[in-house]
Design a binder for this molecule. Sequence first.
Ligand code: PSU
Ligand code: MN
Length: 298
Amino acid sequence: MKLVYSAEVAAARRTLKPLVALETSVLAQGLPYPHNVEAAKRCEAAVRDEGAIPAPMAVIDGQLFVGLDAAQTRLLVTGKNLMKIGSRDLSIAVARKATGGTTVSATCEMAAEAGIFVFATGGIGGVHHGDQFDISQDLAAIARFPVAVVCAGAKSVLDLERTLELLETLAVPVVGIGTRELPGFYTRETGLKLEHQVDDPSEAAEMIRARRDLKQGGMVFTLPPPQKTALKQAEVEKHVKAALALAKKKKIEGKAVTPFLLSEMVERTKGKTLAANLALLENNARYAAKIAVAFGWR
Ligand code: PSU
Ligand code: MN
């Protein structure tokens, strides 16, 4: 895989500075302008604050970038018709010289190739509700590539119970940070129990190292979203139900489902989920950086 490193990420690799991978589908498809600009800024600042270097990934004109300069970031937050690039889209994007944001799956794949072990996102994809068969490729990618994903759980619009079951099937460890309850992305609570908990970044780093040494795939660390902007489960459930019904009515399909549901949630909660999303993205980036610093190089 031919990766193009930004000057800053290349320097970090030479000087063995800890790196944190960041996805960009959240910028290109997940959040509306100008909130996506704010998200990128807050995440990168949080990573730097903790002494690590942010490595946002994207595909630009068919080239696989690890680390983006200001003009490239600008393109991803303002560009029209940007591709949503998961693992399965990478080869197509390269062949077609396309430009787009990478989802969790493609970002895991590129991070693994770059030797980056820690990755921060908002919420991972997972098993969707309903009797259609819609499962995000994020899960298979996390199972396959040796990257630890720090997130606020799987996105609230998903079937979280089934998502946890499938992660077990795929032999992906899911570890709570400071709690044994799975957070629900916009919510701190879900009632779903996790088997394991870590209470500080070095414990998480030890687990990543052990999994790496076993030559297994990636893993998931879940961090409850910040109290101040978190929503209550009952409120989220009500709006998710309505958003799912509308998606069905409008026959929203395939990779458009997740962006549609997220933007519906923003409207239905009058922006509350947007504030929650920005806060949890920053929170996850910060904790991921702490883990990356504790992990060090090899
Ligand atoms: N988390 C967010 N916003 C997002 C996403 C995650 O807070 O937009 C994106 C991620 O890039 C994730 C993708 O990988 O949604 C999952 O999409 P799908 O369900 O189509 O696999
Ligand atoms: Mn899907």
